[in-house]
Write a protein of this length. Structure first.
Length: 360
């Protein structure tokens, strides 16, 4: 089968291997571990659509789907998540079904693109009531029910107290000012290395950077904890050796990087529509950002650049990729073991129904 012939695919028997993740290594070490693929074989990517698409307040994150690349490009504007993983065939939406009916996923390796960066204000700190959203009279700290409500509050205060001005938000929120400057720092590093990128306020409470670098396509394992491996090993090495980032800045960038967007079957919104919670359009980060206000309509230039980025990602799969080695998380191992036990019970039950005498 084309799904198991490549030399770097691991057989089912070793899927529970608990190899510890290695320490960060020089980028040159990743360059030694290049693997060849046939890009045309990887016809599918993953995506998510909002439920009740015609509802003005839809739940944004329904079940994941495998889409042919041309269809994904065609429907980017309709998606709530675009997940830049590339597979050779469709994968069921739910994890339980994947474990039950897709044994071929055990040891299955596939390409994923990692050139997406997300910086948010420390939402947990505000949610727990440890800090107010803004250091200004009339805004107090207090427990908030969810991170989405934190984002809603951020925009509401910006509008009511700051007239929607980013200059006001930057002046009265140290956390927002910090991630703004961090975003500018990363953009400067990318600019110095000639790496195409676009950065923008996401419409929630943070910034997104999309950047094009073929070196950030990696081969990863379906069940592996590759998000942690990327953030702890690859990303620091990339910052140091590729972007020539100073140590202190590199530590702050790594500490503020949202690792969840690299988790299996997770990613970022395409940002081609208003934020689902705040209803705010993204705002491009440029030299005039500090004089801008919250957008009431779509920035067509930003829309074009985001479309071009995802078009490049979905159609630019290289023939040689780095292999990202990572352990399988213990929670996944336990779930896989349970799926195996459940499957054994079903087979045993089916066998007894066919052979009643076996009961005795």
């Amino acid at each position: 089968s084309m799904f198991v012939t490549s030399s770097f695919l691991r057989p089912r028997a070793v899927r529970f291997a608990s190899k510890k993740a290695s320490q960060p290594q020089p980028w040159s070490e990743f360059e030694k571990d290049l693997r060849s693929i046939v890009p045309a074989r990887y016809k599918y990517v993953r995506a998510c659509y909002p439920t009740y698409r015609n509802n003005p307040y839809p739940y944004p994150y329904s079940t994941r789907k495998s889409l042919l690349v041309p269809k994904a490009l065609e429907e980017l504007d309709e998606m709530s998540l675009i997940i830049p993983v590339f597979t050779e065939r469709e994968i069921p939406s739910k994890m339980e079904e994947q474990m039950r009916s897709c044994s071929w996923l055990d040891g299955y390796y596939f390409p994923r693109y990692f050139g997406v960066l997300d910086f948010d204000v420390p939402l947990d700190k505000v949610k727990k009531g440890d800090a107010p959203l803004f250091n200004v009279e009339g805004v107090t700290a207090g427990k908030i029910s969810s991170k989405e409500m934190v984002k809603t509050g951020f925009i509401r205060y910006m509008k009511e107290l700051g007239g929607g001005k980013f200059s006001w938000a930057l002046e009265h929120s140290k956390d927002f000012n910090d991630i703004y400057n961090l975003t500018k720092d990363v953009c400067k590093l990318l600019e110095e290395q000639g790496i195409p990128h676009v950065a923008f306020f996401s419409g929630g409470a943070g910034f997104r950077i999309l950047f094009r670098d073929p070196r950030l396509y990696f081969i990863v394992g379906w069940w592996q904890g590759y998000s942690a491996a990327f953030c702890k090993e690859v990303w620091p090495s990339y910052l140091k050796d590729i972007l020539k980032c100073p140590d202190e800045l590199r530590e702050r960038i790594v500490a503020n990087t949202d690792s969840h967007i690299y988790d299996r079957d997770k990613s970022v919104k395409p940002d081609l529509h208003p934020h689902y919670t705040t209803k705010q359009w993204p705002v491009m980060l440029d030299a005039n950002f500090e004089s801008k206000v919250l957008a009431e309509e779509q920035d067509m230039e930003l829309h074009k650049q985001i479309h071009e980025f995802w078009g490049w990602v979905l159609q630019g799969l290289p023939e040689k990729l780095h292999l990202l080695r990572a352990p399988i998380p213990s929670t996944v191992i336990r779930a896989l073991e349970k799926a195996d036990r459940d499957e054994d019970k079903l087979e045993e039950h089916a066998e007894k129904k066919q052979n009643p005498e076996a009961k005795n």
